[in-house]
Design a protein around this ligand. Sequence first.
Ligand code: NDP
Ligand code: GFR
Length: 314
Amino acid sequence: MGKSKVLVVGATGYIGRRIVKASLAQGHTTYVLQRPEIGLDIEKLQMLLSFKKEGAILVEGSFSDHKGLVDAVKKVDVVICTMSGVHFRSHNILLQLKLVEAIKEAGNVKRFLPSEFGMDPSRMEHALEPGNETFDQKMVIRRAIEDANVPFTYVIANCFGGYFAGNLSQFATLVPPRVKVTLYGDGNVKAIFMDEDDVATYTIKTIDDPRTLNKTLYVAPPENILSQRQLVEKWEKLIGRQLEKTSISGQDILAMLKGTDDIGAKAGLGHFYHIFYEGCLTNFDIKEEGHEEASKLYPDVNYTRMEQYLKIYV
Ligand code: NDP
Ligand code: GFR
């Protein structure tokens, strides 16, 4: 049986574009949803045309056109959705319900990967508002998938390097500090930092793997399970000097969350709190819960370590 044909929905997005690239690189016939709603967004159109140059097939479709979605889904075996899920960008996770409906009606899809790619929402029932919204909505999508008996894999990608490693996990910036760094508590809580291209590679690796059918795939390679302090040490080695370190308490973060009206900042602060004070990414055993870890299933992937990932920021 040949490689699955793939449809990527949300293809011009931050992780979506990387998943299109990985799907093509791994030899899958790759369809990309071209939404008429992008209108005059020339960057999106140009990116879609660049995918076409790389061999992808553009297929018109819109969340507001059920039949069009069904027709698009009927062309493939696997559907991957990378719908945005962050407050300071458009926030449309629930639109995926229309995709689930289309997949259910089409009846041909062997695997659906909904837009997860972050923390495991099934472990975030206690999450702080308003960041909890993303997790609650992802759970609504999971229930719709499972109620419709749509085969699935949930990909838990932990922390994208671009949002959490390049900045040494500093809040409200995407670049690393060069003089002083703020640690969350003692900076020793373990998190998991991932190169986004590796997340895409593992995602495509898993779509035809029976071991992850109707399972959660955690992307948690051992050498990328690091504390913030360990991440800072890698940066200090790269720049050849120590940073001055200050510490912020969990209570201070919660006070900052309470003290701002910016919904994106509130959501982000909540996520940072769960990750760097509660250790929500590493305070459980993946195997015990019957799930799989990507670097164990696909040891041939030479995943990017954070000392490599940080080099571009020097
Ligand atoms: P983006 O913000 O890049 O958006 C992805 C795509 O969503 C867009 O390109 C667009 O698709 C589609 N989209 C957005 N609004 C609409 C709409 N109104 N109608 C139809 N489509 C829409 O998403 P990210 O890549 O940042 O996030 C993807 C997933 O990754 C989310 O689940 C998010 O929670 C998670 N994430 C995880 C992070 C981590 O650190 N682990 C960090 C950031 C996100 P199109 O290309 O068709 O225009
Ligand atoms: C780690 O898992 C996730 C991370 C997730 O499941 C969903 C969303 C995230 C990211 C968000 C992506 O945009 O966590 C925080 C947020 C990114 C963010 C970073 C938000 C506000 C900030 O000030 C910020 O500073 C780097």
